[in-house]
Write a protein that binds this ligand. Structure first.
Ligand SMILES: Nc1nc2c(ncn2[C@@H]2O[C@H](COP(=O)(O)OP(=O)(O)O)[C@@H](O)[C@H]2O)c(=O)[nH]1
Ligand SMILES: [Mg+2]
Length: 290
């Protein structure tokens, strides 16, 4: 059973492929919309499928599914699915609204990177609530990596400054930086990120810096709206899609990748430290289409 196999029942299993006709195309489009790929993607994908069926004289269910897989995979392959950690240190900022799974994803990714032999340090950039740094500290202990934190209410830029200094002094490979969900407010977010990037540019000028948007898959189309807003204000380099274990709505990543051109890097599949998987477009689509 595949990781994303919940989609399978959600999408194509109820369709009858006896004949490839207009009725089937319409049913396919409906099924795609149900999986939350969005109206625009569903329409475009099926239109493309119609063309291919004509051009390639597709007649069997298998060939039809292969063509649809290929079309959707094309939408998902919009950039490097790996997090760029090619400089020492590299910096990764995690942004997104409250409750989507930023802190949890940082813990999982820290664990993963550490097991790959990287020296990781966490930056408790969500200084809005004391509990946020406490939560990140628990993850740092679970993952067995260092953390830099300060008191509640400290300027996140100051915490990042300290974390970068510690990363240099301790010869770390990667700095994973948490942020506060309240940054969702446009102006706040822009100001805060501009400040953080300035500090990064000054303190570790040759470092690559990724800005990853964390999205909760269970929110479906709402995720697309968040992604649009964050892309406009924050200049995203990737998406982490969490809570795919609890939903059949993950099709939303197709809409996000297709519309915004931002690659999905990891998916969250539970609350545990191992419940994270690199995103694999081929596997995802195969589970979706069957
Ligand atoms: N089922 C499931 N729960 C998750 C996943 N990622 C995070 N969570 C839960 O979502 C809640 C919010 O996570 P948190 O990391 O605090 O979100 P943040 O506010 O964005 O930092 C917590 O209860 C997490 O355990 C996931 O992939 N699957
Ligand atoms: Mg948090």
């Amino acid at each position: 059973m595949g990781i994303f196999s919940k989609f399978k029942s959600a999408i194509l299993s109820s369709l009858s492929f006896d004949k490839i006709d207009e009725e089937l195309f319409e049913e396919l489009e409906e099924s795609l919309i149900l999986s939350d790929v969005g109206m625009a993607v569903a329409t475009e994908a099926v239109e493309e499928l119609r063309k291919r069926v004509r051009k390639e004289k597709i007649e069997t269910e298998e060939a039809l599914k292969a063509a649809l897989r290929d079309i959707l995979e094309g939408y998902l392959n919009v950039g490097d699915p790996a997090i760029d950690v090619s400089t020492k240190p590299s910096v990764v900022l995690f942004i997104g609204v409250n409750g989507v799974g930023k802190t949890t994803s940082i813990g999982k990714i820290a664990h993963r990177m550490k097991s790959e032999g990287k020296k990781v340090i966490l930056c408790a950039g969500d200084t809005f609530r004391a509990a946020a740094a406490d939560q990140l500290e628990i993850w740092s202990q679970r993952a067995g990596v260092d953390i830099v934190r300060q008191n509640e209410g400290t300027d996140p830029g100051a915490v990042l400054f300290d974390a970068l200094a510690a990363a240099k002094a301790r010869n770390c490979d990667v700095v994973l930086c948490d942020t506060a969900g309240r940054l969702h407010n446009k102006q706040n977010l822009m100001n805060e990120l501009a400040k953080m990037r300035k500090i990064i540019d000054r303190e570790v000028p040759d470092s690559v810096c990724e800005t990853l948007l964390v999205l909760d898959a269970t929110t479906g189309q709402n995720g697309l709206i968040q992604a649009r807003q964050f892309k406009e204000t924050a200049g995203l380099t990737g998406i982490i899609l969490t809570k795919l274990d609890g939903t059949a709505k993950g099709g939303i990543v197709v809409a996000i990748a297709q519309e915004l051109g931002v690659p999905v890097k990891f998916v969250g599949l539970g609350e545990g430290i191992e419940d994270l998987k690199p995103f694999d477009a081929k596997e995802f689509v195969a589970d979706m289409i069957g």
